[in-house]
Design a protein around this ligand. Structure first.
Ligand SMILES: C[S@@+](CC[C@H](N)C(=O)[O-])C[C@H]1O[C@@H](n2cnc3c(N)ncnc32)[C@H](O)[C@@H]1O
Length: 294
C-alpha cells in the first residue's frame, strides 16, 4: 500500500540552477535534480489511487516554459500545412497502430459507459519548423496530431459531439495556432493545458519529458496515450531504495497510478524519426461493482 504521509524533505544544500536544452529551468543539488513537479501524496486507502491536484506551482520557474515560437520554414501557410497533414494523415489511417487505437477506445468507451470531458496533447513540437534538433522532426508532429485527432474522432462517434480539444507546446508559433484552429484544436500555453485536465480527460504526451509526464500523472486522466512508466522506478539505471532521494515520491505516485490502470502496448509503426516509439495506452480499470463507492 503506498504511503499516505511522508517525512519532511531534507533541506538541499549547494543548490544550482541551469537552463536545459529544452529551456526548462532546473534546480540541482549535488545528489539529485529536484526541479520536477510534485503531487501531494493524497493516496486513497481503498483503491490505492490518488486524488487532488499538483501543489507545486513554483517548482518550475515561469522562465523555463515561456513560449519560444519556432521560426516557420519560409513559404509556409496554413494551406501548405494542411496539405502536408492530409498526406500524412492518409498514411496514418492505414496503419495497424491507428486501427488498434480505435478498437481499444471503442471497447472501453462504447455503449456510453464513460464520458470523456476533453482531449489535451502536450509537446508535439512545431508543425512548420524545427531549428533546434539535428534532424527536422516536424513531420513527427503531423503524425502525432493525426493520432490525437483519431482519438477525438472516435470519441465524437461514440459521444455524438466533438470533444473540446487543446494542444500545449512552448514552440508553437502563430501559424501552428492557426493550423490547429483549422482542425478544431485550441492552442494553449503552459500551464493552462494541465489546468484543463480532470479525471475524465484524454491526454496524449508523445515523448514527453519527466516534468510533463509527472504533471499529467498527478491529474489521473481517464485515458492516456503515452509510453511505459518503467523509467519512473529507476534512477541512473539503479532501483531507487526507499527514502533514498526525491525520486521516491515519483515512484509512489507512479505505483499508485499503475494500481488503477489497464494498459495496452500498441503496435509499432515504422516511420522516419519514430514518432510513435513505444506507444502505450493507459486507461482506468473498471472496478467490480462491490469496489465502487456507494
Ligand atoms: C522530447 S520532445 C518531443 C517532441 C515530439 N513530440 C517528438 O516526438 O519529436 C518534448 C517536447 O515537449 C515540449 N514541452 C516542454 N515543456 C512542455 C510543457 N510544459 N507543455 C507542453 N510541451 C512541453 C518541448 O518543447 C518538446 O517539443
Amino acid at each position: 500500500m503506498p504511503h499516505t504521509s511522508r517525512k519532511k524533505k531534507p533541506v538541499h544544500k549547494k543548490r544550482k540552477e541551469f537552463v536545459d536544452e529544452e529551456g526548462w529551468t532546473r534546480i540541482t543539488s549535488t545528489t539529485s535534480v529536484i526541479g520536477v513537479p510534485r503531487k501531494s501524496t493524497a493516496v486513497d486507502s481503498q483503491t490505492g489511487g490518488f486524488h487532488g491536484r499538483l501543489e507545486v506551482p513554483n517548482v518550475l520557474k515561469p522562465a523555463g516554459v515561456t513560449p519560444r515560437p519556432m521560426k516557420p520554414v519560409k513559404g509556409t501557410t496554413v494551406d501548405t500545412m494542411r496539405a502536408q497533414y492530409n498526406r500524412i494523415e492518409a498514411n496514418w489511417l492505414e496503419s495497424d497502430l491507428c486501427r488498434s487505437l480505435k478498437e481499444i477506445l471503442r471497447r472501453y468507451l462504447g455503449g456510453g459507459r464513460r464520458e470523456i470531458s476533453n482531449c489535451v496533447v502536450f509537446g508535439s513540437g512545431s508543425f512548420c519548423g524545427d531549428e533546434i534538433h539535428w534532424v527536422d522532426r516536424h513531420e513527427s508532429a503531423y503524425y502525432q496530431i493525426a493520432a490525437f485527432r483519431t482519438v477525438a474522432d472516435t470519441i465524437e462517434q461514440i459521444q455524438g459531439h466533438w470533444p473540446p480539444c487543446y494542444a500545449q507546446e512552448p514552440f508553437y508559433n502563430e501559424l501552428d495556432a492557426a493550423f490547429l484552429a483549422n482542425m478544431h484544436i485550441t492552442r494553449v500555453d503552459h500551464p493552462q493545458g494541465f489546468n484543463l485536465l480532470d479525471e475524465a480527460s484524454f491526454v496524449y504526451s508523445p515523448a514527453a519529458e519527466p516534468e510533463v509526464e509527472l504533471r499529467i500523472l498527478s491529474h489521473d486522466p481517464e485515458i492516456w496515450l503515452h509510453r511505459s512508466l518503467e523509467h519512473l522506478f529507476y534512477s541512473n539505471g539503479m532501483t531507487v531504495e526507499d527514502g533514498q532521494d526525491d525520486t521516491r515520491i515519483d515512484r509512489d505516485m507512479a505505483q499508485a497510478f499503475l494500481k488503477t490502470q489497464d494498459f495496452a502496448q500498441l503496435p509499432d509503426f515504422d516511420l522516419k524519426n519514430f514518432p510513435f516509439h513505444g506507444s502505450m495506452l493507459w486507461w482506468r480499470k473498471t472496478l467490480d461493482p462491490e469496489e465502487k463507492e456507494p
